[in-house]
Ligand binder design. Structure first.
Ligand code: HSE
Length: 340
């Protein structure tokens, strides 16, 4: 007998659509493989809400959203996202509304309302985790609920789980690497001669960039991820504003050509370190990396993190860092973990 997880989702941008695509594509297989049936019963955005306690028709939903035809949204309800959280019969909230790195709202309030109703929360939304991660985790645990946020760093590539689970028993001294897909994609394209604006437009078209891409190119997105690694993985207390930060806006085609002539590549590097006294610091800055270094070969929207440990030395994880399905997969791993 399959264990059914009823999920409601707030947000239907690139990540939300990616998650729905995965649920539609893999529903039967997931049930067979893991004994967990994931039923999406509600989706709400600022413009529309769909709620069907027996499971939304995902094919119809995706087609209506693709065509921008709100009349065709199945099981449409006149509810706001907050009302969906209050009304829905569900076990899990998947929160994927646009991120806000200053206030974390409205996602923060949605998550708290979900916990108050006894729902687990899974998210790829960086604002609430970077600004209030430890408090949200404590609120979930007090109620015996889960708070999954694997998708906040390196999309579905298991950057947090690697540190928490596979490397458990090692002391993590440093985590450093490429955590922003947009800027890595842009730098890779600019090396082939593409202009900055064109590379950015392409990253937006591919669904990598934040709704305000300044967050990517000025390093705020990477700083939020560095704060999450520093606080939620290395046990520090680092907020995004504490991260020393510079982005890629100052890099010129001539900087890129000069580095190439010297056998180097520019990469936006996030670095989180724990000092012997236990203090944790984080920074984000463009750096010239020799092309023989593993990070130099990480191209496009791919991300990579090297974990420096006491027992294993360096361990490097490379994988997708942005994109709808790649990030939607992180939500799936968090939901499956709740099912287990
Ligand atoms: N804008 C982000 C990036 C999306 O480019 O990495 C994934 O967090």
């Amino acid at each position: 007998m399959a264990n059914t997880m009823r999920v409601i989702q707030i947000g239907f941008g690139s990540v939300g659509r990616g998650f729905v695509e995965i649920l539609q594509r893999k529903h039967g297989w997931l049930e067979q493989q893991y004994g967990t049936s994931i039923s999406l019963v509600g989706v709400a955005t600022r413009s529309w809400c769909s709620y069907d306690p027996s499971g939304i028709d995902l094919a119809v939903l995706r087609r209506a959203a693709e065509l921008g035809d709100l009349e065709a949204i199945p099981a449409r309800q006149p509810w706001t996202p907050a009302q969906l959280i209050q009304q829905a019969e569900a076990e899990v909230l998947a929160e994927v509304s646009p991120t806000d790195l200053s206030s974390a709202e409205p996602a923060l309030s949605y998550m708290r309302a979900a916990f108050a109703r006894g729902l687990h929360v899974v998210t790829a939304n960086k604002g609430p985790v970077a600004l209030h991660g430890p408090q949200l985790l404590a609120e979930a645990r007090e109620r015996g609920l889960s708070f999954g946020y694997e998708g906040t760093v390196m999309a579905g590539t298991p950057a947090l789980r690697l540190g928490w689970s596979a490397l458990a028993g090692c002391e993590l001294r440093e985590v450093r690497g490429i955590v922003n897909g947009t800027t890595n994609y842009m730098l890779t394209q600019m090396e082939t001669g593409m202009a900055y604006a064109e590379a950015l437009a392409e990253a937006q078209r591919l669904g990598y960039a934040e709704s305000d891409p300044a967050g990517d190119v000025e390093g705020y997105d990477a700083a939020a991820k560095a704060a999450i690694l520093a606080t939620m993985l290395l046990g520090g207390s680092v907020r995004p504003d504490d991260v020393e930060r510079s982005g890629i806006t100052g890099l010129t085609p001539s900087d890129i050509a000069t580095a190439a002539a010297a056998g180097e590549r520019w990469k936006l590097i996030a670095r989180v370190t724990r000092a012997p006294d236990g203090s944790v610091r984080a920074s984000v800055a463009p750096m010239r990396v020799p092309i023989t270094h593993p990070l130099a070969s990480v191209a496009g929207a791919t991300n990579a993190l090297t974990y420096t440990t006491d027992l294993l030395g360096d361990v490097t994880l490379i994988g997708p860092g942005a994109g709808g399905v790649a990030t939607g997969f992180a939500l799936l791993t968090d939901v499956l973990a709740i099912g287990r």
